[in-house]
Design a protein. Sequence first.
Lengths: 64, 209
Amino acid sequence: MIVNGQEQTVAAGMMLLDYLKQAGYNPERIAVEKNGSIVPKNDYDKTVLQQEDTLEVVQFVGGG
Amino acid sequence: MLPTKEAMKESWNGRFPVALYEKLQSSEVAIAGLGGLGSHIAVMLARSSIGKLHLVDFDKVDISNLNRQEYDIRHLGKLKTEALAERLLEINPYLTLCVDTVRVTPENVSSLFARQRIVCEAFDAAEQKAMLINTLLEQCPGTVVVSGNGMAGFGDANAIQTRKAGSRLYLCGDGRTDVQDGTGLMAARVGICAGHQANQVIRLIVQAD
């Protein structure tokens, strides 16, 4: 799997939400695109990751 | 004396093609959040002869805003939407404004922004930024979002960049410095990030068919 341009290995059948938590992301401060499409927040715990997926995880920080 | 619209258009002539002026004149841009980012984006776009701005914020001008936002002491206590509208019309009296004094929530994102092509995300809190961008990308397929993400403190100005993240999202900022880590915001670096966002908006308008 490619995450933010870097090659990563995921366990077969891993859920997106579990991957995000394991990688240390706060689900309330991110946006996730999988294979070019936004993943709705309510689908994080229903989305199964595949080795051939490309993920873009945008992490937001405060200030404006 | 108020300059005529023709005089303002003529002042553009010779610096850029009139066709570009007309493209900007016929464009509308929404700005969500009128703080350090949003107030400066609005001013830059008003100076750039954008035809219509849609300004959205629920808040009032506070003394703590004066260190980086486009307001002055006459605006203290006023709604940001009204204070900024006043300021923008002093710069460009022919600008068309649409103003919504409301807190943006997942429930009203679509009614506020679905008809817009370009939305600037200019909120302060990371959770609000994520909420707006997720909701726009999910529910408003006609929008392109230009977000400000990471501009606290007074670190390297060149760390602030514009990058495309996905088909409908542009991120401006260093992606890293966070006010929640105890770093404050200052006019210069916030202004740089706002400049990135305003420039990306202009690029999107110019490149549009």
